[in-house]
Design a protein around this ligand. Structure first.
Ligand code: ADP
Ligand code: MG
Length: 400
């Protein structure tokens, strides 16, 4: 899967290559790109061994790269004003990751560390110069972090001729985020960025990383997916994520199951009766009904009945808002307004407490829905949302 991009010229990749030359004094050996992602359905399921159905966004992170022979890693991002950071590959250590103003460098440095830690021959004599340029918005719940990790890991493995299947690449990129950056995310984001294909959603079984590419051609069906970036991120996010994760694992243990994935939808009510804590019951109900929604949405996509997936997206939002309690007023307003303006369905996407919502709409409704959501945010006194249309796009690949 090291095919070169044959879609219209990637201007940002060319720009990244030019900038690389200016920074490091020689041309890069190549430019690699990995996309951000949105999740169509299947939220907070990936740490429950469950299902998810993400797709790759057209926005991607480009990494221009070249090998070095002196064990040095040089990192630069056009998107953060922090200059070039120089590290020794042999010194990469999760206990001492790069600090501000180079905190962002933990993501690509973590990718290099994860490769080396897996005994893949990138160092210690090797090394690389990397320059990053991206149009994935950061902190918008669209996984700019996974895009950066996956693009860096792909660049390194291809430069050093290391054959690595995409799910393994994704698992290493996730390890970078968990163990080196210190964010306890599941594997969905990296899998979507590494493995998704153009015009498809990625059906992901997070237990064994098995994946299927489900046709999801919105344009052909006269539909459009709107990504509504609320541009807020509430402080609750980190602690709540850890708490939800712990609750799920506690509930599975109480029910004698390896993971909540092992609780069939048909047995949900009986299982809920065995859990005393009402909050725990709500968390379990979200996870089990959400897995079921992934299965149903996948069936509808396969049958070409895209519009009918809308109500399941909206149900998913209600479940995240009421049972899992990870939404926020801005996301709820985006979803309610998009629906009132004619969306077939809408939901928050990503971990929650801010970030982005997704709305499935008729292609010609885009101006009306965009206007309605923008006006509703203005009336509520919120920052103007950033609203873009997203076609399911290609996963990580070499661009130049
Ligand atoms: P999300 O993944 O939802 O965008 P995260 O907080 O997980 O949000 O990751 C965002 C962080 O990833 C940024 O704060 C920055 O440290 C790093 N990052 C992402 N993209 C880039 C980039 N193009 N250049 C430098 N750092 C980046
Ligand atoms: Mg992230």
């Amino acid at each position: 899967m090291s095919s070169t991009d044959n879609t219209p010229a990637d201007k940002l990749a060319t720009r990244a290559a030019d900038e690389f030359r200016g920074l490091y004094g020689a041309a890069p050996e190549g430019v690699w790109a990995a996309p951000g992602r949105a999740n169509l359905i299947g939220e907070h399921t990936d740490y429950n061994d469950g299902f998810a159905l993400p797709f790759a966004l057209p926005q991607r992170t480009r990494v221009a790269a070249a090998r070095r022979t002196d064990g040095t890693l040089r990192l630069h991002s056009a998107d953060v004003p922090s200059g070039v950071l120089t590290l020794r590959v042999a010194d990469l250590d999760p206990a001492h990751p790069p600090q501000p103003p180079h905190g962002w460098a933990r993501y690509p440095a973590g990718a290099v560390w994860a490769l080396i830690d897996a005994d893949l021959p990138v160092g210690p004599r090797g090394g690389a110069d990397l320059h990053i340029r991206s149009d994935v918005p950061t902190g918008a719940g669209l996984s700019s972090s996974a895009a950066l990790e996956v693009a860096a890991a792909l660049a390194l493995t291809e430069l050093y001729g290391i054959p690595l299947a995409r799910p393994e690449l994704a698992a290493l990129a996730r390890r970078a985020e968990n163990a080196y950056v210190g964010v306890p995310c599941g594997v969905m984001d990296q899998m979507a960025s590494a493995c998704a294909t153009d015009g498809h959603a990625l059906h992901l079984d997070t237990r064994d990383l098995r994946q299927q590419h489900i046709p999801f051609d919105c344009a052909a069906a006269g539909l459009r997916l709107l990504v509504i970036d609320t541009r807020v991120q509430h402080d609750l996010a980190d602690g709540a994520y850890a708490e939800r994760r712990a609750s799920c694992h506690a509930a599975a243990a109480a029910l004698g199951l390896p993971a909540l994935r092992d609780l069939p939808y048909a047995e949900l009510d009986r299982a809920l009766g065995r859990l005393g804590d009402p909050a725990l019951r709500r968390r379990v109900r979200h996870v089990v009904t959400e897995n079921e929604r992934v299965v149903r949405v996948e069936e509808l996509l396969r049958a070409g009945r895209l519009r009918e997936a809308g109500p399941l997206l909206t149900e998913g939002h209600a479940s995240l808002r009421d049972d899992y309690e990870v939404s926020c007023p801005e996301l709820d307003l985006a979803v309610a307004t998009a629906r009132a303006a004619g969306a077939y369905g809408a939901r928050m996407t990503g971990g929650g407490f801010g970030g982005s919502a997704l709305a499935l709409i008729d292609a010609d409704a885009e101006p009306a829905v965009t206007r309605a959501v923008t006006e509703a945010f203005a009336r509520a006194g919120y920052r103007p949302p950033r609203i873009t249309a997203a076609e399911p796009s290609a996963g990580a690949h070499r661009v130049l």
